[in-house]
Design a protein around this ligand. Sequence first.
Ligand SMILES: CC(C)(COP(=O)(O)OP(=O)(O)OC[C@H]1O[C@@H](n2cnc3c(N)ncnc32)[C@H](O)[C@@H]1OP(=O)(O)O)[C@@H](O)C(=O)NCCC(=O)NCCS
Length: 178
Amino acid sequence: MASLEILRTDRLVLTRWTAEYEDFLFDMYSRWEVQQYMGRVPAVMTDPSAIPDLLKRWESLRDGVQGVWAIFKDEPSATPVGSILLKSIPASGTGEPSGDIEIGWHLHPDQWGHGYATEAASAVLAAGFSSGLDRVVAVTRTANTASQAVCARLGMTHLGLSDEYYDVTCELFEILRP
Ligand SMILES: CC(C)(COP(=O)(O)OP(=O)(O)OC[C@H]1O[C@@H](n2cnc3c(N)ncnc32)[C@H](O)[C@@H]1OP(=O)(O)O)[C@@H](O)C(=O)NCCC(=O)NCCS
């Protein structure tokens, strides 16, 4: 599917990350407060040379509205805020695509507390449902109450604990196409 290039909300512009933002991405992903609930064994990024590979991986995920969105305030040249991911979620055990699509959010701590994650995710979800998705899930660590609050603000339904994905036991949320 042709990749969607831009999404706009009242306060935000969502586009795709480019090499221009490598320093911002390293700054964000090298912070424990951003990484503490991510992955099977959470770890901060310690080497900026990992960012170009990350950008390549994200580029390969682009498919219509799916992929990793860069969030900016107002215009792409303005302040970067963080990332919204809409992508296939791997099944526990095999690591193969589970058949489900997940949404996720990583914001720079300087940008927390303004409603930007919810506003950006809402636009990505709407575009995903318009493009034909029937269901989107989100997984969060039980301790990640900030992320669970985003799920709630988006109107996602809490399905309880699940070990279906990523070989991790997480709180599972879902939202169905309206
Ligand atoms: C999870 C994360 C994205 C949540 O960020 P956030 O800024 O709290 O979430 P939102 O964008 O929805 O903002 C909501 C907050 O903005 C406040 N806010 C301020 N102005 C607002 C406005 N104009 N509109 C809406 N909300 C506003 C809300 O009151 C709320 O604050 P509260 O939590 O103190 O009540 C952020 O903590 C993060 O990036 N964490 C690290 C990465 C991570 O763990 N990701 C999830 C992995 S599962």
